[in-house]
Design a protein around this ligand. Structure first.
Ligand code: CAA
Length: 267
């Protein structure tokens, strides 16, 4: 299926989804919001896909909510067009990493420029973030008089040290990629022409692993934040036992012994 605002490219088991409204710095309008939800549904339901790379066309990853659309809609039914409201890609379960339900598959944010407001929130909802040297990050909502409703106040303090997270949230200032790298907001800093190669190589590395084991690791990493240590240990032991029963868990050691590349089928 072709999208109007997102370019979808599947190579093997890795999909590269490119936000494609460069004239608006890939700001999320209603159309893109709906199409992103569809993209995430596809990622979740299509077993041929194991990992997704999310990036942007042009000089931005994403400049956040489409402010012009928001402004033009002031006299319309605000609830029906609120990208921070229930059902929006920014808040629904698929990108809620602290919720047990999501796509079940890793997403890598390949940040190629501005990641602001809802754009940063999209990146925060991804498993891994890498960025180019010209990228910048911020939550400018507060400077516009509204609230970062796509998860930044929840996620930033869990990803960054408290003082840094609160400085970002409360000043609304933009921070450059070098600073983001030093803070640990991104795990790799690369030149523009290296971005997709780097993101794809990480994606392919993950995609080469047993999908059920990848899924179980994500569940443990994200789904246990509110649990006690003993609850997490029980869940971890249970996950380990389940994964141990899969065909892929037999295939890994067998391939090691036979000195060949393992072939995983998600069973
Ligand atoms: N919505 C709609 N259009 C946007 C946009 C946005 N968020 N960001 C940029 N654009 C448009 C600009 O209006 C401009 O369009 P025109 O050529 O038609 O004027 C085009 O993209 C290029 O932008 P600039 O000319 O402004 O480019 P610049 O390099 O001078 O500045 C920028 C880049 C600093 C990112 C600046 O565009 C900017 O500050 N954008 C707004 C960023 C922002 O505040 N994002 C938060 C949105 S609110 C949100 O996301 C809420 C939430 O919680 C979900």
């Amino acid at each position: 299926m072709a999208y109007e605002t997102i370019d979808w490219q599947q190579n093997g088991s890795v999909v590269i989804a490119t936000l494609n409204r460069p004239e608006s710095l890939n700001a999320i309008n209603q159309k893109m919001d709906h199409e992103l939800i569809d993209v995430l549904d596809r990622l979740r339901n299509d077993n041929s896909i194991r990992v997704m790379v999310l990036t942007g066309a042009g000089r931005a990853f994403c400049a956040g909510d489409d402010i012009k659309e928001r402004d033009a809609g002031e006299n319309e039914n605000e609830l029906s067009r609120d990208l921070s409201g229930p059902g929006s890609v920014l808040t629904n379960n698929y990108l809620s990493l602290w919720n047990n339900v999501d796509t079940g598959k890793p997403i890598i944010a390949a940040v190629n420029g501005y990641a602001l407001g809802g754009g940063l929130e999209l990146a925060l909802a991804c498993d891994i973030r890498i960025a180019t040297t010209n990228a910048s990050f911020g939550t400018p909502e507060i400077t516009l008089g509204f609230f970062p409703g796509g998860g930044a106040p929840l996620r930033l303090p869990r990803i960054l040290p408290g003082s840094i997270a609160m400085e970002m949230l409360l000043t609304g200032d933009r921070f450059d990629a070098e600073t983001a790298y030093r803070w640990g907001l991104i795990s790799h800093l690369v030149e523009q022409d290296e971005l997709l190669d780097k993101a794809t190589s990480i994606a392919e590395r993950i995609a080469s692993h047993a999908p059920l084991a990848v899924r179980a690791v994500r569940e443990l990493a994200y789904g246990t934040n509110d649990m006690t240590l003993s609850q997490v240990q029980r869940m971890s032991a249970f996950s380990r036992w389940i994964i141990q029963q899969t065909d892929d868990a037999q295939e890994g050691p067998r391939a090691f012994v036979e000195k060949r590349q393992a072939e995983y089928h998600g069973r």
